[in-house]
Design a protein around this ligand. Structure first.
Ligand code: SF4
Ligand code: SF4
Ligand code: SF4
Ligand code: FES
Length: 919
């Protein structure tokens, strides 16, 4: 594909059914009421020159390049700020407006470096385009007057430069930072000739509040804000539309290349999840894909103490197949298994679980989603009948009250956070339920109505108390409950018990009762109340209970089945939803159907021509236990670093060490590879063809920007292992794998690469009843028929603070880094976060003699590590916090083996610890 230029209609669309008929240069056009003349003209195929306007931002009306004449009106109004009116007749090209536009352009050009031919933006500069569009032939003012040509550049940001000599003070960057990103890092300082863009008094971009999302770079019509890669490599010449491989927001990007070299990733305006926005990871942090640390050759070794030996693909695959079969011959068919990755494509995940079920002959497949969102799958399936979030991201624009529980969207899901912040600036109220004062609690133009700063581990007590208020204060949506739900009476009797009142649980949760009551009234009384949650909900011993507790609350308040409401998991990794959908759990075939279901098994058995066991296989923690016990001896680990990301690492490493064969397929020799006997080089997302499914159930296409550097596709490697083990598996293209998925998975029946290429993306269920997908679920009825209230008793976690371990550790992530950091640590993102830091409250620091920046020892009953301390009142006393992005810190050395009662999701968010100065 040549360079994809998306049309810019100048001003945003106006929603609403009412329409207006107008005429632009004699062309009739019908547009929505409130549409600008500029947009109406663009829709009629007439381009009006513009500089300060773009359709991602509200009209500003500063450059005066877009003036037009309107019959019956005096003067020359700016078309970007003038709304259409019925019967309006507009003329965009008259001698009068031509003269005005030329005058405007002369002023701009007289204060602009005349280096177009050597400028990095040559060919992609709106100023250059407009000079042509208005027919500028001369600059009467000359170039000798006062100008900004010697303004100093700011090159502090690792990814983009700011070259103020080229700035035309259109303020598109300033408005993009506010309106789109919601950070408000930029201002226009000074007035008139002295006005200039500023990231804060005397501050560079790096020192400012800027979070490097790139929205300003995207909005800049000149080369003033420019990606460094464009400066280094030149303007790209072709585009490939693909999907970010970092978080579960699933942003669409145009990968822009020059020849075979990737120059930049530009957020795609047509992307359903992001609509043209991005964060620093997807926009800029792709350098890991070509990092020299990548291993591109297969390697084997007899023992983990031996040196690696590079071998051919045939030898590597043959070794895996032979040794897996030898283990099965010696120790039984159940002695081997696999872990699939939520970072890989749906097609790759599908073939891994197929290999396990059809070639290994067991159900010993699990996924890294086990350690993050398995309680979401369980809890939402029990209550609503579908293991997925209820809304699309767009829905937040209709929410009146937004509840954020155990999630930190500005760091973890930044592009969705920008959407949410926009709605909050428009007036929606916010309730944050989190032990830590996350940024959303107070940020520019946003202040949470309530921050319920609960003690870690008491989520269920809080959600029960919220529901108690709704039930006992008559705030239940009786009509919704009567028509659409079951089990209400039993649940309501349970939740109305006095022990669930805010007053009764205050001593447990630490949340003041009156604050909790007020929050409950706000949510329950809202026309549209929406719940968004993250791992702070799921990674608990009661993760599944809490998911059901939120579902109960939403049903009781009638907050399901339309825009602006719902229960919405914010998924951590790019394909957590997809890896669960694809049957990666040991008890479920694709589409969340239990392996014990004879009818379902028969479908797969017929297709795959192999019997499938009716008993669930081993979950990851069971695999580790069995490995230590000696009965589980061979593991294929696909794109997952379990030796860094899983809890209680001593146990994990003991299990890995005990196995006869550990196979790691990954980009890098990660921590798990230290215990591996075979290393199979993986492909980065830039080398993949397939699909990811994001947190809104949106299936997005991933398209290869380059060929796999290792010479093989990941799905191909898996197929070849299965084939070498005696079960032939082959496809000529991943679209064939999707066809197979669609043929056996009811929610995917209508999905194909052809449909995705036509529509851009679809949200499952996509089937004959919903041929273009399902943005909002459970509209008329729940997937299971009636929504089911489930009694959710609060059971305190076994993990308690003690005299020896008096603090509670909770974990999270930071904007610039991603999970175990294997990718982001290999990019310039380390400029923002070089190490994991322990945050602790000033009081907890003081009593331990700790000052900011000290190196401290963090110990739990299972292990200890050292890291630097940051003193912060974001934490309540008694709670400390860290990230887990750097293997050297090994934060999971201290996390315990406690896990969710229903799904074994580890309890990362509650660990009793002690902190002291490192000696
Ligand atoms: S990169 Fe993003 S956060 Fe930084 S100044 Fe630009 S728009 Fe604002
Ligand atoms: S930096 Fe770019 S977007 Fe910002 S005011 Fe200058 S020209 Fe406009
Ligand atoms: S929000 Fe998530 S999906 Fe979007 S660019 Fe950032 S990391 Fe990628
Ligand atoms: S584009 Fe309308 S005033 Fe600038």
């Amino acid at each position: 594909m040549s360079l994809l230029k998306e049309p810019d209609y100048g001003t945003p669309p106006k929603p609403g059914p009412a329409v207006v008929d107008v005429e632009i240069d004699g062309l009739p056009v019908t547009v929505a009421e409130g549409t600008s003349v500029m947009r109406a003209a663009a829709l009629a195929g007439v381009d009006i020159p513009k500089l300060c306007a773009t359709d991602r931002l509200d009209a500003f009306g500063s450059c005066r390049l877009c003036v037009v004449e309107i019959d019956g009106r005096r003067g020359t109004p700016a078309s970007c700020t003038t709304p259409v009116a019925p019967g309006m007749s507009v003329r965009t090209q008259t001698p009068k407006v031509a003269k005005l536009r030329q005058g405007v352009m002369e002023l701009y050009i007289s204060d602009h470096p005349l280096d177009c031919l050597t400028c990095s933006a040559n060919g992609d500069c709106e100023l250059q385009d407009m000079a042509g569009a208005v027919g500028l032939r001369q600059v009467r003012y000359g170039y000798q007057g006062q100008n900004h040509l010697d303004a100093t550049a700011d090159r502090s940001n690792p990814y983009f430069d700011f070259e103020p000599s080229k700035c035309i003070a259109c303020s598109r960057c300033v408005r993009a930072c506010g309106e789109i990103q919601g950070t408000f890092a930029l201002t226009i300082e000074g007035r008139g000739f002295d006005s200039k863009v500023s990231a804060g008094a005397g501050e560079s971009f790096m020192d400012s509040e800027c979070v490097s999302c790139g929205a300003c770079v995207q909005a800049c019509p000149t080369a003033t804000l420019q990606e460094k890669t464009v400066l280094q490599l030149g303007m790209p010449t072709r585009s490939v539309v693909t999907t970010c491989a970092y978080c579960g927001v699933g942003c669409s990007f145009k990968a822009e290349l020059r020849g075979t070299e990737l120059v930049r990733m530009v957020p795609h305006k047509d992307g359903g999840a992001n609509e043209g926005h991005s964060c620093v990871k997807g926009r800029f942090a792709f350098g890991y894909a070509t990092h020299p640390d990548r291993r591109l050759k297969p390697m084997v070794r007899e023992r983990i103490t031996d040196e690696w030996r590079e071998v051919s693909w045939e030898e590597a695959i043959g070794t895996v197949a032979r040794r897996m079969r030898e283990i099965q011959a010696a120790h039984g068919p159940d002695a081997i298994g696999a872990i699939s990755s939520s970072r890989c494509t749906n097609e790759e995940v599908f073939v891994v679980q197929k290999m396990v079920r059809a070639a290994f002959g067991n159900n010993n497949v699990d996924t890294c989603a086990r350690v993050c969102h398995s309680p979401t799958g369980y809890g939402l399936k029990q209550t609503f009948g579908e293991s997925a979030g209820t809304q699309d991201f767009r829905s937040v624009a209709a929410a009146d009250v937004i509840v954020v529980i155990g999630a930190n969207p500005t760091d973890g899901h930044p592009v969705f956070a920008s959407r949410m912040k926009k709605r909050l600036r428009e007036g929606a109220r916010l309730i944050v339920i989190d032990p830590r004062r996350i940024d959303l609690v107070r940020s520019p133009h946003i202040e949470a109505a309530h921050h319920l700063q609960l003690r870690p581990g008491t989520n269920v007590a809080v959600v029960n108390a919220l529901a108690h208020v709704a039930v006992t204060e008559g705030l239940v949506d009786k009509g919704f409950v009567a028509d659409r739900c079951e089990g209400f009476a039993e649940w309501a009797a349970f939740i109305a018990r006095p022990e669930h009142s805010p007053e009764a649980v205050e001593g447990i949760t630490g949340v003041p009762a009156d604050e909790l009551r007020a929050a409950a009234r706000l949510y329950a009384g809202a026309p549209n109340g929406a719940i968004y949650y993250g791992l702070g909900v799921t990674e608990h011993s009661q993760g599944s209970t809490m998911v059901m507790g939120m579902a109960n609350l939403a049903m009781a308040c009638g907050n399901l089945g339309r825009d602006g409401v719902g229960v919405n998991p914010l998924r951590g990794q790019n394909n957590v939803q997809g890896s669960c959908d694809m049957g990666s759990f040991p008890h479920e075939l694709p589409g969340y159907r239990h392996v014990s279901d004879d009818a379902v098994r028969t479908v797969f058995e017929k297709l795959w021509d192999r019997p499938i066991l009716a008993d669930p296989g081993l979950r990851i923690p069971n695999m580790f236990d069995a490995a230590v016990a000696g009965s589980f001896r061979g593991l294929f680990v696909h794109g997952e670093d379990i030796a860094q990301s899983d809890p209680n690492l001593q146990h994990v490493t003991a299990a890995l060490t005990a196995m006869d064969l550990v196979v790691v397929q990954d980009l890098f020799l990660n921590e798990t590879a230290k215990f591996a006997h075979v290393f199979l080089p993986g492909a980065s997302f830039l080398e993949k063809d397939g699909t990811f499914t994001n947190a809104e159930r949106r299936i997005n296409r991933v398209r290869a920007v380059m060929k796999p550097k290792s010479g093989k596709h990941e799905w191909q490697i898996v197929c070849e292992i299965a084939t070498a083990m005696g079960y032939p598996m082959s496809y000529t293209h991943p679209s064939e794998i999707m066809d197979e998925i669609a043929s056996v998975t009811p929610t995917f029946t209508g999905v194909s690469f052809e449909l995705l290429d036509k529509l851009g993306s679809v949200q499952w269920p996509c089937n004959p009843q919903a041929p273009e997908g399902t943005p909002v679920m459970h509209v008329d009825e729940f997937t299971r028929g009636k929504g089911k209230f489930v009694v959710t008793a609060y059971v305190p976690t076994d993990e308690r603070s003690t005299r020896k371990f008096p603090l509670i550790l909770t974990t999270g992530r930071i904007l610039s880094q991603y999970n175990v950091g294997a990718q982001t640590r290999r990019t310039e993102n380390v400029a923002w976060h070089r190490e994991d830091i322990l945050e602790l409250h000033p009081h907890d620091a003081e009593v331990r003699g700790i000052t900011d920046g000290d190196t401290v020892r963090l110990a739990s009953r299972v292990g200890q590590t050292t890291l630097r301390a940051h003193i912060s009142d974001r934490m309540p006393t008694g709670v400390v916090y860290t990230t887990f992005h750097h293997p050297v810190t090994g934060a999971n050395v201290v996390t315990t083996e406690n896990s969710d009662w229903a799904t074994n999701c580890p309890e990362y968010k509650v660990t009793a610890v002690q902190v002291g100065l490192a000696i």
